[in-house]
Design a protein around this ligand. Sequence first.
Ligand code: HH2
Length: 267
Amino acid sequence: MARAFTVMGVVNVTPDSFSDGGRFLDEEAAVAHALTLAAQGAEILDIGGESTRPGAEPVGEEEERRRVVGVIERLAAADTGAELSIDTSKRGVAAAALDAGATWVNDVTALRSAPELAGLIADRGAMCCLMHMLGEPRTMQENPRYGDVVDEVRAFLEERLAFAVAEGIPEARVVLDPGIGFGKAVEHNLELLRRLDELVAIGRPVMVGTSRKSFLGRLTGRAVDDRVPATIASNVLALERGASLFRVHDVAPVHEALTVAAATVGP
Ligand code: HH2
């Protein structure tokens, strides 16, 4: 039997995302792109209206909501079979997205930015992804430092999981993410991927988001659009080390590679 895995396709409705900013800012283009990703095997579509790239400027709540709600409504109506996830740290944006048909909240601040988001997720019975980030997007890549990066990320994720559960989110609805590239130097990202099994040992499904990220460019010398082979390598190895959710831009090639990897490693 093959190991189970889930691919989350990235739909950035932003002018400034690091790899695809501006390409899907228009509602029509975002919906068409999301439908393609679903047809390519994405079981979750992660819709975001605010870039978290290093140095990104924050977006106001109204503008962020405006970017994502129409896209989510149309995808919910399209009934692709894929679940819809809202990539936000704001309670108001998450509430509107859940009203529009989303069933996941992906919060890169792990409920620190808006702790009251936890109660909303609990009330709505939504799934949530809690991600590690050191600092905040504007400054996070300015010389990040750790003692033991894996121990620190593990302790952080355990603490945020306990917070979510204390706020009424069932543990079974939480997945955890080391936050590749969020306040991490190349070596920190590699150490996290090397020792991913230590995060899997927490006992919740682990998501990884390596897709097209700059540490892959630093290793290969490739520009952002030419990082598919590097993205595949990192996701395949993450699967082998126990990750089960993979957040990517290039769904078709990653899904194909993971299908082979999953059959090879077995259950
Ligand atoms: N990475 C990005 C955004 N959201 N969420 C999770 N759970 N894990 C990640 O690794 C992750 C994430 C950054 O990628 P992208 O959305 O393409 O870029 P931007 O933030 O510039 O829109």
